[in-house]
Design a protein around this ligand. Sequence first.
Ligand code: NAD
Ligand code: USQ
Length: 399
Amino acid sequence: MRILVLGGDGYLGWPTALHLSQQGHDVGIVDNLIRRHYDEEMGVSSVVPIRQLQRRVATWKEVSGNTIEPFVGDLNDHQFVTRVLQQFEPEAVVHFAEQRSAPYSMIDREHAVYTQVNNVVGTLNLLYAIAELNPAIHLVKLGTMGEYGAPNIEIEEGFIEVTHKGRTDLLPFPKQPASFYHLSKVHDSHNIMFACRIWGLRSTDLNQGIVYGQHTPETALHADLETRYDYDAVFGTVLNRFAVQAAVGYPLTVYGKGGQTRAMLDIHDTLACVELTCNNPPAEGEYRVFNQFTESHSVRDLAERVAKVGSGIAGLGEVRIESIPDPRVEKEEHYYSAVTTKLPALGLQPHLLSDETIAHLIETAVKHRHRVNVEAIRPTVNWRTTKSEVSVSGGAVGE
Ligand code: NAD
Ligand code: USQ
């Protein structure tokens, strides 16, 4: 299949592109490299050094014999989007290319506006280009479990049957997102569903949980193929952050009571879910939602797992946990249960969180711990204010 991976220079897009290429698909990458500039803006960088896109692609050709075609440009530039689709002629477009940090979107007005414009307009440009050039293209869109929030009822897979005043309908599951970033995903979902309805497009919205892990079979083949590993308070996600904190002797930063429970998955399963989805496209006009996660954990449980594993690693000493005031506005103790049946039905074999995976993450961070800026660990973005002070110096766009 010819598959275009948008956001293919990012944490998930790069290993997904490698995986699809390794499986024999013809892969192209689109990215405007903005993620590397957020690092400069925030004064941080990935714990594991990442190479420039051209070098990554050249090394992949040397290692695998496969070509990945890179297109550098912005999805907000609709002429660029049209040109790339015309040139590459994809059968599937996997869309990872958005600003994906909740704290980044909550820094101030400018960052909220940037996030929503970047994400919503980029996706709209893509929908128009697909409708005009080839409506048969399968749009595989990365959404997020956070679109649903944490309701006090079970979260269904995209839709819920509602009976109201004696009448019944299947309706989109209610959305209660917890940041302007998560809201951008909700807006995207509505736009995609509408485009499928009016133009007969076909799309799968992958409502993905929080991803953890850094190695995949393909990234492990060469140091130039490594993907990002973020630990800072703006772009680091919770389990990856805890692993780096354990590696540098920083007490694990549990926000508030730590009862926040989230759907999660190993990075290996992200790659498998995307491939299964590409291989099983929806019908013309169909808009599907798959809940893409394999397990749920509370933040406190994750911290306890990391502390236990970290404390057993020679040279790290006892890993401590610290409860710090929650910089976000969110429920700190709540019911959480979500359905996921569609990806397992297509054959997903989950990699559940193991002590080995946690140890591997910590050991990877130990190897590169000289690169960690401990100042970047403490959260600086506060949901309760309209303007937060964040670090603005240093950082590297890639090595
Ligand atoms: P990332 O920031 O590492 O990668 C996103 C990539 O998209 C970056 O390389 C960036 O330069 C590029 N990009 C952003 N805006 C663009 C634009 N306008 N034009 C072209 N390129 C653009 O993020 P990630 O962690 O790899 O996440 C990828 C996707 O998966 C995101 O949509 C995110 O919302 C979703 N997701 C991520 C996680 C997670 O835990 N990382 C969980 C659920 C969903
Ligand atoms: N948290 C802590 N301590 C930390 C960091 C986070 O307690 O040091 C808590 C947060 O308060 C939150 C939870 O952990 O309750 C998850 O935070 P996160 O930063 O790991 O994840 P989130 O902001 O939800 O965003 C990440 C990705 C985003 C993706 C989302 C999936 O950055 O792109 O959409 O996970 S989901 O959570 O399902 O929406």
